[in-house]
Design a protein around this ligand. Structure first.
Ligand code: ZN
Length: 133
């Protein structure tokens, strides 16, 4: 894995959260993107080399909606950049990690993404992502 690509934060109200984090970071989001298949709308901030992804649910089936109902708004996942997501999924499975996505899928911000099950990572939801070629 190369680096932390971004940190995902689950929020109830994207507009309010954008306002709050814009004040905190002293910068505005550089993009907003809907991921229809996940039932989320995302908003990205860039702070130096780091990115923060705000995630809000667009419907009640959304994993973000379920997460917020269960645990409240807050830190949702850490995403690590990899060069070859397919071989990384294979490697992690061989190491005994449980994948939520056995096959990489299209995520926000022009990326292929796959999530590891928090059951196998001490309760932390981890995303691996690769820039789409
Ligand atoms: Zn993410």
């Amino acid at each position: 894995m190369n680096k932390i690509e971004h940190i995902g934060i689950a929020v109830k109200d994207l507009e309010k959260a954008e306002e709050l984090y814009s004040k905190l970071f002293k910068t505005t989001p550089y993009k907003r993107e809907k991921v229809e298949s996940e039932g989320v709308i995302t908003s990205f901030f860039k702070i130096g080399e780091s990115k923060i992804e705000l995630l809000a649910a667009t419907n009640s089936d959304s994993p973000i909606h379920k997460f917020i109902q269960k645990r409240g708004a807050g830190m949702h996942h850490i995403a690590f950049e990899v060069n070859d997501i397919d071989s990384e999924i294979k490697r992690l499975k061989l190491e005994g990690f449980l994948m939520i996505n056995d096959i990489a899928k299209t995520g926000a911000d022009h990326k292929l993404v796959a999530f590891l099950h928090p059951k196998s990572t001490d309760g932390v939801l981890i995303e691996i992502c690769q820039e789409k070629k």
